[in-house]
Design a protein around this ligand. Structure first.
Ligand code: GUN
Length: 291
């Protein structure tokens, strides 16, 4: 058997088309959604992600402003910038790209962003709403994008067993909440570095979301035949498989495509959906702030 590939790029382009209609409608009332991305330091992968976010803004008509700060910036400098952006009526969305330099407190920074402009969905108010079962607010982009990809499979997840591999603030924890919410009703297990029998827990699941950032971790023996496998990992590796040197690799070993029923590719699966959800949150913020 060979897994059906879930084309995140195609779905993200559909979402962009739907957003363009809403962006046009905002334009009729003189509003153009405006996203500000703050990038601190010179993490190479972050620069690529931010460039992709800016390109998506250009395609859809969202204004994007990028603020590049040196890695020597202080926590207070970032907090002051956020305060200015919170008070700037021309700004609808604020995103501080993670990871920040290690001495910075990411939680304090997430806390400082006006929840109405928190297009990452990382503010405690927005995460708290999610815990309360309210999924109409700003949802974290990667888990929200994955929920949309799961719709593509047509699978009914009620009562299904789902494993989320990884417990990060950005992906794993909110992902588990979204899968367990009323109306989706999966039975969710969070598997992390201190869990035992990773492979057995994964093999018992109908849905596996791998978000640990370790290339090729999920082997074909870890996967139940026919399961849905969502690969969130994006790592750059040099394994000699391409003449040009390095390539992108997910957390899921390529052999899994022989066992899974559905599989997201890397690149072209979850990544474009994260950006589509960021645009969605930015448009939503502009709509909410301008009415
Ligand atoms: N770094 C990796 N993914 C993300 C994301 O979704 N948002 C932010 N702010 N930083 C990230």
């Amino acid at each position: 058997m060979s897994a059906t590939i879930i084309d995140g790029r195609a779905v993200s382009l559909q979402i962009e088309d739907e957003l363009k209609v809403r962006i046009d409608a905002l334009g009729q009332s003189g509003v153009r959604p405006h996203l500000v991305v703050v990038l601190v330091g010179d993490d190479a992968a972050s620069h690529v992600y931010v460039r992709n976010k800016q390109r998506a803004c250009e395609r859809t008509g969202v204004i994007s402003t990028r603020m590049d700060l040196p890695s020597s910036s202080t926590q207070q400098e970032v907090l002051d910038i956020i305060s200015d952006l919170n008070n700037d009526e021309s700004v609808h969305g604020i995103l501080v790209q993670s990871p920040l330099p290690p001495r910075m407190d990411e939680l304090q920074i997430a806390d400082a962003i006006d929840p109405r402009k928190d297009v990452d969905g990382f503010h405690p108010t927005n995460l708290g709403r999610l815990v309360q079962g309210d999924t109409d607010g700003m949802l974290p982009c990667t888990p929200a994008g994955i929920m949309r990809l799961l719709e593509e499979t047509g699978a009914n997840l009620t009562g299904s067993k789902a494993v989320v591999l990884g417990r990060s603030r950005i992906v794993g924890m909110p992902m588990a909440l979204l899968l367990a919410q009323k109306g989706i009703d999966a039975t969710v297990t969070i598997v992390h570095s201190r869990s035992e029998e990773h492979s057995l827990l994964c093999r018992d699941s109908d849905l596996l979301v791998a978000a640990i950032g370790r290339p090729g971790t999920v082997k074909s023996e870890w996967v139940k035949p026919g399961a849905i496998v969502i690969d969130v990992g994006v790592s750059r590796i040099e394994d000699g498989s391409v003449p040009s040197g390095s390539r992108l690799a997910g957390d899921v070993d390529p052999s899994v495509s022989e066992v899974a029923g559905w599989l997201t590719p890397v690149p072209g699966g979850v990544g474009p959906m994260t950006i589509a959800m960021l645009l969605t949150n930015t448009v939503r913020a502009a709509e909410n702030l301008s009415t």
